[in-house]
Design a protein around this ligand. Structure first.
Ligand code: SAM
Length: 273
């Protein structure tokens, strides 16, 4: 599973600067599971990503298994597209938040959604799926040692002809190593997202904190992930017995759409319909 919760919050260089100036008001927290994570993830729109993935799923191929579902950024667009979805998430707090969102949804959507707490690198559900999906960047939360467990678990849960779709960070895209952006959460609260890439170490650090620097407590949330290259995941999937199509950008990327993502499409070897 993701190593982060076991190791506690990461001290990013940016968090150190913020905490030093916040003094006793400053608190350092791991991002996922924090209120700020819920607030921001609930507000983020997954419709484009869900449509890009859904376009690669054969109609009538069965239910979708969504891994690392968070608060449902992709879950709800998939439900709205008519799929049945099982959403698996590691964090009990996020499972709770997603469960509440689903319970509040119209019956037509609610009745096609199951939320389960689980580790995407080692899970056993009592059913098979037409497809398994992982949202943008989420596979990077797994260590090298844990991804084989993900591939084996997905293999064991795909129907014949099923697809495994992974949305990855496009690490080959020229990008400034440091980025700062202000974002609003579902509550209307505003946050600053500071992103720092260390290309030599293939690491990305994220620091998120209230835009209002006088907040008390001043909660600084951090996360660090390994920047996985799509080619590496392709190799690993092939070793795990999948056939993989070449990673492709979103179809809308050329028309000014999102360019920071790559989609990987895999199916069990010898299993293409
Ligand atoms: N899919 C959601 C979205 O697109 O907004 C959430 C994405 S967020 C980048 C990554 C999610 O993966 C978090 O909700 C985190 O709790 C979850 N996660 C981390 N490690 C996991 C694991 N081993 N198994 C399942 N979920 C995990």
């Amino acid at each position: 599973m993701s190593s982060q919760p076991e190791h506690g919050p990461v001290r990013t260089a940016h968090a150190d600067v913020l905490l030093a100036s916040a003094g006793e008001r400053g608190v350092l927290r791991e991002f996922y599971g924090e209120q700020a994570a819920d607030d921001l993830m609930l507000q983020a729109d997954g419709a484009v990503e869900a449509r890009e993935m859904a376009a690669r799923i054969r109609p009538g191929s069965g239910p979708v298994l969504e891994l690392a579902a968070g608060t449902g950024r992709l879950t709800f667009p998939f439900l709205e597209l008519g799929f049945e979805v099982t959403a698996l998430e590691l964090s009990p707090a996020l499972v709770d938040t997603l469960g509440k969102q689903v319970a509040d949804a119209p019956a037509d959507l609610r009745d096609r959604c199951t939320v389960v707490q689980g580790d995407m690198s080692a899970f056993a559900l009592d059913r098979r799926f037409g497809s398994a999906i992982i949202s943008y960047g989420s596979i990077s939360l797994l260590d090298d040692a844990d991804r084989p467990g993900l591939y084996a678990s997905v293999r064991a849960h795909l129907e014949p002809g099923g697809k495994f779709l992974i949305c990855m960070i496009n690490t080959g895209r020229p990008e400034s190593p440091e980025r700062r952006q202000e974002l609003a959460g579902r509550s209307g609260r505003r946050y600053v997202l500071h992103l720092m890439r260390y290309p030599a170490e293939q690491v990305q650090e994220i620091t998120i904190y209230p835009a209002d620097t006088t907040s008390d407590p001043f909660v600084v949330c951090t996360s660090r992930l390994k920047l996985l290259e799509a080619e590496q995941v392709v190799r690993e999937l092939e070793q795990a017995g999948f056939d993989v199509l070449a990673p492709t950008p979103f179809s809308s990327a050329g028309e000014g759409g999102r360019q920071d993502a790559l989609l990987l499409e895999a199916s069990l070897r010898g299993d293409r319909p």
